[in-house]
Design a protein around this ligand. Structure first.
Ligand SMILES: Cc1cc2nc3c(=O)[nH]c(=O)nc-3n(C[C@H](O)[C@H](O)[C@H](O)COP(=O)(O)OP(=O)(O)OC[C@H]3O[C@@H](n4cnc5c(N)ncnc54)[C@H](O)[C@@H]3O)c2cc1C
Length: 217
């Protein structure tokens, strides 16, 4: 059920100079892994969408945010103090796993940057999931939360550093590799990456009905 109300900030966890997790009181909110919330400071009409990063059964609500240079909301949320109140609206959206496929499906998650957030929630929510993540990052330190994924299922595709798992963009990895036709694919992050990756996988024979996307910007 969608609700709107004030939630207390528990803490800000800084992962890199520009990327952080907000841990927020859940106030009983129930959601599907992959959904997002609208988030803003108390009494501030300026709100933005953020995918839920935590799992459905976790004690707290978490979001993973990249501070955007010249952005308004992402910059201010980072400087909040524990105990301050946030306006939270949600859960919102339909970017979720098909329940019937959770046990039997083979999933490919393709993310750029903080676009890994909904996949983190899916993996934490359904520990037995058969998945592979292609995470598009610039440098290895942007591999947020890599310890939460099994080593063989998480592939860092770094465009500006050679010693991650794969040197190049996620689209380069897709071009160079084969994928089973029954793979169910989810994409999240920037539009350009999503469009290119979807086109490539469709050309490799994966039906359009198995391609699902959430565009951040
Ligand atoms: C459904 C949905 C879920 C989202 N989930 C997340 C999430 O989990 N984590 C997250 O960090 N962001 C997420 N976003 C993006 C987020 O809503 C904001 O757009 C972002 O935080 C910038 O807000 P801002 O007010 O700081 O900047 P604004 O002042 O709103 O925008 C400044 C500029 O930055 C661009 N921009 C937005 N996001 C990025 C980015 N990540 N990198 C570079 N440029 C960007 C915008 O297109 C705009 O041109 C999501 C967006 C949508 C639509």
């Amino acid at each position: 059920m969608q609700t709107s109300g004030l939630h207390k900030l528990i803490k800000v966890i800084n992962l890199t100079d520009s990327t952080y997790i907000l841990q927020i009181e859940k106030n009983g909110m129930q959601f599907e892994a992959g959904q997002h919330i609208l988030l803003g400071k108390e009494n501030d009409p300026d709100q933005r969408e953020y995918s839920i990063y935590s799992g459905i059964n976790d004690e707290h609500l978490e979001v993973l945010i990249k501070e955007v240079t010249d952005g308004s909301v992402s910059k201010h949320l980072k400087n909040l103090e524990p105990g301050e109140l946030l306006n939270v609206e949600g859960p919102l959206g339909f970017f979720g796993l098909n329940k019937e496929k959770i046990k039997s499906g083979k999933f490919l998650f393709v993310a750029s940057g903080t676009g890994i957030a909904p996949f983190h929630s899916m993996i934490k929510s359904y520990p037995g999931l058969d998945y592979k993540i292609l995470h598009g990052i610039r440098t290895c330190n942007e591999a947020y939360g890599k310890e939460d994924y099994s080593k063989e299922s998480y592939l860092r595709c770094a465009s500006r550093e050679a010693d991650c798992d794969f040197e190049g963009r996620v689209t380069d990895y897709i071009i160079q590799n084969q994928f089973d036709k029954d793979t169910i694919c989810y994409f999240c992050g920037n539009f350009k990456m999503i469009k290119e990756a979807m086109d490539l996988l469709e050309k490799k024979g994966i039906p359009g009905t198995q391609l699902h996307a959430e565009v951040y910007f």
